[in-house]
Design a binder for this molecule. Structure first.
Ligand SMILES: [Zn+2]
Length: 151
């Protein structure tokens, strides 16, 4: 899905589940969830995050395909354990929560995602076309749910 859809779903996930993180560092956890929710699209040269990341994004797109390794549940589980080895468990959890938000959205698209890449080519997919009318509707619903959960 598009960048702003991922960001909005990341915001919603944080609003719904952010209280599970240790108190006092809300902004940090919020930013980690947001980062996690856009990070998988580093593998697409057309994505916002890829363009912001400059040469890092170029290297990543050279070695990976879109919705391949960087969208894989296995890869993110591995990343989760790696990060939680060096940083607090809650930081890794926040990033992983963002990833789950990302995968939930991409899993609804016609193109789908290979959750178990590279071990299986099985795809989770749905009826949503990226940038299409249904994504616009999802965007509106997300905005509504975010406003709703703030009050
Ligand atoms: Zn994606």
């Amino acid at each position: 899905m598009l960048f702003h859809t991922h960001i909005l779903l990341g915001i919603l996930f944080f609003l719904l589940l952010g209280r599970l993180f240790p108190p006092g560092h809300d902004l940090l956890f919020f930013l980690l969830v947001l980062l996690g929710s856009v990070l998988p699209d580093l593998d697409s040269q057309y994505s916002q995050i890829n363009q912001w990341s400059g040469v890092i994004g170029k290297i990543i797109t050279f070695f990976t395909k879109h919705r391949g390794l960087l969208h894989s549940f296995f890869f993110h589980s591995f990343l989760f354990f790696l990060i939680s080895f060096f940083f607090p468990f809650s930081y890794a959890s926040a990033l992983f929560l963002g990833y789950l938000a990302h995968i939930l959205a991409d899993g609804l698209t016609v193109q789908g995602v290979q959750l178990f890449y590279p071990f299986s080519s099985y795809k989770t997919r749905g009826p949503v076309r990226v940038g299409g009318l249904m994504e616009e509707i999802i965007l509106l619903v997300l905005v509504f749910l975010i406003i709703e959960s703030l009050f």
